[in-house]
Ligand binder design. Sequence first.
Ligand code: NAP
Length: 312
Amino acid sequence: MSGPLFDRIALIGLGLIGSSIALAARRGTLAREIAGTSRSPATRARAGELGFLDHVADTAAGAVKDADLVIIGVPVRATGAVVREIAPHLKKGAIVSDAGSVKASVVRDVEPLLPDGVSFVGGHPIAGTEESGPDAGFAELFDGRWCVLTPAAKSTPEAVEKLCQFWTALGSRVETMSAAHHDLVLAITSHVPHLIAYNIVGTVSELETDTKSEVIKFSASGFRDFTRIAASDPVMWRDIFLSNKDAVLEMLGRFTEDLTALQRAIRRDDGQALLEMFTRTRAIRRGVIEAGQDTQEPDFGRTRGLHDADDH
Ligand code: NAP
């Protein structure tokens, strides 16, 4: 029988994504040893207590020593600084990847910092929850979910293939595309929807106290689901919007035009326009279900409060 896919994996960042990768990699025996680190002593100590790593290093430089695969799971705009720190300590032949929700800016930040003989392949598991930190991780997070890899100038075909095998073994379905295309697609499937959730929940937070408590009391699935999404990590989402500025603004422009058309249809009692729009959107929903991205069950079959899968 062949051995694990990697001898040593290093995880930089031990939040929801880093801890879930460790747990899923352990489940599949994908490495002989999994090391990791996080910037704060508190997160490192908690990771030690939870025991999902073989070795908790004090520094990123220490964590990547002898690692064949390094995966960075920190807020997108912190990725460059992490790579600057680990670059001199990377083993020749190592594969470096990340889990960031935006890809073009990460590739742009990381590639110039890498030493020769090290491959970088951007990655984005399209799976997550609104929870963060090492306690939030679970081994099943990536099961049946997409992971997008974005090969670029510093990606060797062998590294892409190996990473593809890794994410498949973590439970994901893998697709490769350019970083720019990834960012455009995610802008409309994930980033703009999050902005809308932040905005609608923000609007409620500005309402006068009486109305606000009624909204909270009667929040049915619509508003309640927005509050769940708007509870996502503020730093992570600040970084996503600022790093994917062009694609988000492009999609937001289209969204605003369509919203104005809906506004006009309501003002003019144009029921036909509303019916046409709402019929087209039902077809999209059917497409999502047929693609295996959701189910017909109430609450999308989710166990409330547990692992609400989300597309970040
Ligand atoms: P998380 O649970 O909030 O964990 C963040 C990790 O990054 C922690 O280890 C934290 O360290 C570290 N960190 C924060 N700021 C840092 C900085 N300035 N420099 C170095 N390290 C820093 O986040 P996550 O949900 O795992 O997300 C990690 C990455 O995956 C992000 O790029 C995100 O876009 C992407 N992603 C997230 C999801 C999701 O649903 N959450 C899904 C797909 C991809 P300390 O705790 O020690 O401060």
